[in-house]
Design a protein around this ligand. Structure first.
Ligand SMILES: [Zn+2]
Length: 260
């Protein structure tokens, strides 16, 4: 269905691209990478300007160490910033930006649990979830006429479309992802952490801990919305044999990060 839709759009518009996510899912992406990266960079700059940044040396060291180990397999230069905020939250943005909230350090029991969160967030970026979300908005709200609207930037719809292309914090950061994207980020994230030599079983411990700490309230992005903690844990358990294989491989090649 999506494939057909993609083909129709691709035929109609040069800008359209249908790609396959890291887990093999067909995605509709209407925005070029460069544009989405620009959105991420802009949002991150705004956050750094408006939100207090932690100077806690240990937090910064640990966050950078974990992100550094995980992104060895993804490549690219990633910037990591620890923000002063008591909520159990973290995010990653297109353009290779990672934000970790100080509250998370009070929740996690070890480096591997923090690696599970950071891996999950990087998973969203690698799977282009921001671009996909913005593209769905474009497709759902405006259908086929979106590109037509863009030839007329003065129109209401044209302005909306351009706003979407140039937007900052409203779009890139705080909107919750859907269930499919959350599950996908979970799987990509747990493989990433395992490949870096972090114990993937700790991802399950993290969700249990999160469940207890929030007592069913799901507010932060990475525990957002649709998949319940129980569903996530079940899916992670199902995927664990594969992740353990990657973990053992990493350990065998001497990848034993010491970030705490
Ligand atoms: Zn997420």
């Amino acid at each position: 269905m999506l494939k057909k839709f993609c083909t129709a759009l691709a035929t109609a518009f040069v800008l359209t691209a249908c790609i396959t996510s890291p887990t093999g899912r067909s995605q509709l992406i209407l925005l070029p990478d460069s544009q989405v990266d620009q959105m991420g960079l802009q949002a991150f700059e705004t956050l750094k300007r408006d939100k207090p940044i932690s100077t806690n040396a240990r937090y910064n060291q640990v966050a950078n160490c974990i992100a550094g180990n995980i992104t060895q397999s993804t490549g690219g230069r990633w910037e990591v910033v620890v923000f002063e905020d008591d909520s159990f939250n973290a995010f990653a943005l297109p353009g290779n930006k990672i934000g970790v909230y100080t509250g998370l350090f009070n929740l996690v029991a070890n480096q591997d649990q923090l690696a599970a969160v950071i891996g999950h967030e990087i998973g969203h970026v690698l799977a282009k979830h921001s671009a996909e979300r913005a593209s769905q908005e474009l497709a759902v709200n405006s259908g086929m006429s979106i590109l037509q609207a863009m030839t007329n930037p003065q129109s209401q719809m044209g302005q909306a479309a351009f706003g979407m292309l140039g937007l900052g914090a409203e779009y890139g950061v705080l909107m919750p992802y859907g269930r499919t994207q959350e599950s996908e980020a979970d799987i990509i994230g747990v493989d990433l952490m395992a490949r870096a030599g972090f114990d993937p079983r700790q991802s399950i411990n993290l969700w249990q801990r999160m469940d207890q700490a929030t007592q069913g309230q799901q507010t932060a992005e990475f525990m957002s919305t649709h998949p319940s903690h129980a569903t996530r844990i079940r899916d992670l358990e199902q995927h664990m044999p594969q992740a353990m294989g990657l973990f053992q491989q990493a350990q065998a090649t001497g990848r034993r990060p010491q970030c705490q």
